[in-house]
Design a binder for this molecule. Structure first.
Ligand code: COI
Length: 357
């Protein structure tokens, strides 16, 4: 159990007045959670302090060797005024899986949950009210040893910052256009693809920039060895519905982020009787299915992206328009049920919701 100290700020910020313009991750709340780590001492000094710049030595390891990790989850306001989290234990489990891969010390899962709940409760007035909005929670850990040798750091800073958000894509729930990247790769077996680390996203920027220049919202990454099999879209996992079967790339190669939304969609779909298969899926199979009229729909899943239908998929030679550029029935059903559970309008029969207040 953490003994979290609170350091009040003199003046609170003005809260956003127009929740339809929140976008994603542009506004931050009044406070943040911080906690330090030293080898031999463990995690110490948990505190909630005014949100603001961190003072770090320029030689800190995180700046040079990217020893860091992050997570992403959300707090939702229900119609009856409660604030709740969605499966935070899953994020905490993934956080510690990432920590092990990155030689970052693990955080006690109960302490991590307590810290998340404490900062969300402190900032409860920042949880937006409008449909489609939430308070995005970004826990992260950075290596703070001030030295340039390449070794795991002995000191770390764990922080949690909060941002009231609307939809991740400007298109909202409308289908997004995705560019298939065939030159660069995001992850390879044995690498950090399954971990939530900034380096994965840094490596993806060149593809993302190329896609944006061509008018696409995101990049579809293929496997790093054969450039043949579908991995993920960086900010989301992907699902394809071929001839009634829902297919999503399997996690066993270690290239793909094990998304909490991905896992939840698989569980929901199976509970509704859909056939869901986790396996290798070649891009050529998707193209073939499209040509044969068997590609019913495709969508991405993620905490930030929620359920994001894919309206168009383009590589160097093929352009696939899915479901006439409209959201498909399975994506719509998942969106309605998942967000319903999160916003408290659909019964949480699977016990996924964790109350804060
Ligand atoms: C999330 O969905 O929470 C993410 O972290 C994806 C992206 C914004 C990096």
């Amino acid at each position: 159990m953490l003994d979290i100290k609170f350091y009040p700020r003199e003046q609170l910020k003005a809260k956003p007045t127009d929740e339809s313009k929140l976008g994603f991750g542009k506004i931050f709340t009044d406070y943040m959670f911080l906690m330090n780590y030293e080898a031999g001492r463990g995690w110490f000094d948990p505190r909630i302090v005014p949100y603001g710049p961190l003072s770090l030595d320029p030689s800190c390891m995180v700046f040079h060797y990217a020893q860091e990790m992050f997570e992403g989850l959300k707090a939702y306001r229900t119609a009856d005024g409660k604030i709740q989290l969605f499966r935070p234990q899953k994020n905490i489990e993934r956080m510690n899986n990432t920590n092990r891969r990155m030689c970052i010390p693990e955080v006690d899962p109960d302490d991590a949950l307590q810290a998340i709940k404490a900062i969300v409760e402190c900032e409860k007035d920042w949880v937006p009210h409008s449909v489609g909005t939430s308070l995005y929670i970004r826990p992260f850990i950075i290596a703070t040893d001030a030295q340039l040798g390449v070794h795991p750091s002995k000191t770390y800073l764990f922080a949690i910052i909060l941002s009231p958000v609307g939809s991740y894509y400007a298109a909202g729930i409308n289908p997004v256009k995705i560019f298939v990247e065939t030159e660069y790769v995001r992850a390879v077996r044995g690498g950090t693809g399954f971990a939530k680390v900034g380096g994965n996203y840094a490596a993806s920027l060149i593809g993302q920039a190329k896609a944006e220049k061509l008018g696409y919202a995101q990049v579809l990454w293929l496997d790093g060895i054969e450039h043949k099999y579908i991995d993920e879209v960086g900010a989301m996992n992907v699902f394809f519905v071929i001839d009634g079967e829902v297919i999503t790339p399997a996690l066993d190669e270690g290239n793909i982020l094990p998304g909490v939304t991905r896992a939840s969609c698989i569980e929901l779909l199976r509970s509704w009787g859909y056939k869901v298969t986790e396996r290798r899926l070649a891009l050529s199979e998707v193209i073939e299915a499209s040509k044969n009229g068997k590609l019913d729909e495709a969508f991405g899943t993620g905490t930030a992206a929620v359920i994001s239908p894919i309206g168009e998929l383009v590589d160097e030679t093929d352009r696939i328009v899915l479901n006439g550029g409209e959201i498909g029935p399975i994506a719509q059903k998942l969106y309605d049920n998942l967000t319903g559970i999160q916003w408290g309008t659909v019964k949480d029969s699977l016990g996924w919701v964790e109350p804060v207040i």
